[in-house]
Design a protein around this ligand. Structure first.
Ligand code: ADP
Ligand code: ZN
Length: 352
């Protein structure tokens, strides 16, 4: 079976991302001999993949325990982190033990957070099963939970010991979740990889192992350069300042992928209006988003409300709103001097 390996270079905390097919029940987990492991999955991924991952970890020499959490963003709370930690105590996990996150981004963020704080920090392994988690949240060490006041307001940087991606798990992923992840894949093309963008055009956004490995490689490069988001990592927020605003205004009825697709459409439109980007490239982005079944417009919101909600994004810089805007397919810039009236007009042009 073909198999890709991507290295995340972080000195002593470097790790590999293994990407292949039918990996989960194999002895692909290393440095797990004689360690206790708690696999955390949600109620959707547990019945599908828990027994496979249990077999893989057992074959790798670990003693395996499991814990199932409730699925969905509404359970991405401190309370769930506490439940995971209590399950770890019950299973007898010590400072040498491991947690394994088996599922989408929610499971990954929560389990990583639990691993970051359990006994002041133990190791963990990411086994992402959603496209979004494979290409985005499982790589880079961001973990966390939501507060009633907002998403991802608490968390920790805690790098995994390895990431195991079995692309076969995408077969059971609901189509709308696949679309969600495709928005982030397209994002990588626009911000830093024109070849990937062209490849997505050629295959009409059909996701393959090769494409996933390429995205992981891009994210690994950015994370290695800027582990804690002081600089270059900010380009990953392309489409996210506009996107988070519409996501928030929709009360999260709009999925993350759909919201950032609209966000990328707005950022692209803004780049054209500011004279930074060719209209033809903007059209290419728009077409590719549409090919993936993603929206490029929203309805039911007032542009001024979107603008106001943009200010509440926790990722904004201290006083000025910094936006990531494309200047070519495969290249973006950060701008904090774009005119408010122009931004409002652009938002309006993407609203029905
Ligand atoms: P994210 O989009 O950040 O990955 P979630 O962790 O909430 O967010 O995952 C999205 C949904 O897809 C959840 O309901 C989760 O249980 C489900 N899911 C994740 N991976 C799979 C899979 N391989 N097969 C079926 N359902 C899955
Ligand atoms: Zn995102």
């Amino acid at each position: 079976m073909p198999h890709d390996k991507v290295r995340v270079e972080l000195g002593r905390r470097s790790y590999n991302i293994e990407i292949g097919e039918q990996l989960l029940d194999k002895a692909v987990f290393y440095k797990t001999e004689h360690r206790k492991v708690l696999i955390v999955a949600d109620a959707n991924t547990a019945p599908l993949y828990m027994s496979k991952v249990t077999a893989g970890l057992t074959a790798s020499g670990a003693t395996v325990h499991s814990f199932v959490i409730e699925p969905g963003e509404q359970h991405k709370t401190f309370a769930t982190v506490e439940k995971i930690c209590c399950a770890a105590v019950k299973a007898g996990l010590d400072r040498r033990s491991l947690m394994v996150a088996l599922g989408g981004g929610v499971t990954g963020d929560l389990t990583g957070f639990a691993a970051a704080v359990y006994m002041r920090g133990i190791g963990f392994i990411q086994v992402p099963t959603s496209l979004l988690a494979m290409v985005d949240s499982s790589v880079g060490g961001k973990t966390g939970a939501d507060l009633p006041e907002g998403k991802n307001l608490v968390g920790a940087f805690h790098q995994p010991e390895q990431v195991i991606i079995d692309i076969g798990t995408l077969d059971t992923l609901p189509p709308e979740e696949l679309r969600n992840g495709t928005a982030e894949v397209i994002k990588y093309g626009v911000i830093m990889d024109s070849e990937l963008f062209a490849q997505l055009e050629t295959v009409n956004c059909r996701i393959s192992r090769e494409i996933i490995a390429r995205c992981c490689g891009l994210k690994a490069r950015i994370v290695a350069e800027d582990e804690t988001e002081g600089g270059i990592r900010a380009i990953l927020n392309y489409g996210h300042t506009f996107g988070h605003a519409v996501e928030l205004l929709s009360n999260f009825q709009l999925s993350h992928g759909c919201a950032i697709a609209v966000g990328m459409a707005m950022a692209g439109q803004l780049a054209v209006a500011a004279g930074l980007w060719d209209e033809s490239d903007n059209k290419r982005q728009q077409r590719l988003l549409e090919t993936a079944g993603l929206p490029v417009r929203v309805s039911g919101f007032k542009p001024a409300d979107i603008w106001a909600a943009m200010g509440r994004d926790k990722k904004k810089s201290v006083n000025k709103l910094t936006l990531v805007v494309p200047v070519a397919i495969g290249k973006v810039e950060l701008h904090n001097d774009l005119d408010k009236t122009m931004i409002l007009e652009v938002i309006g042009s993407c609203c029905d």
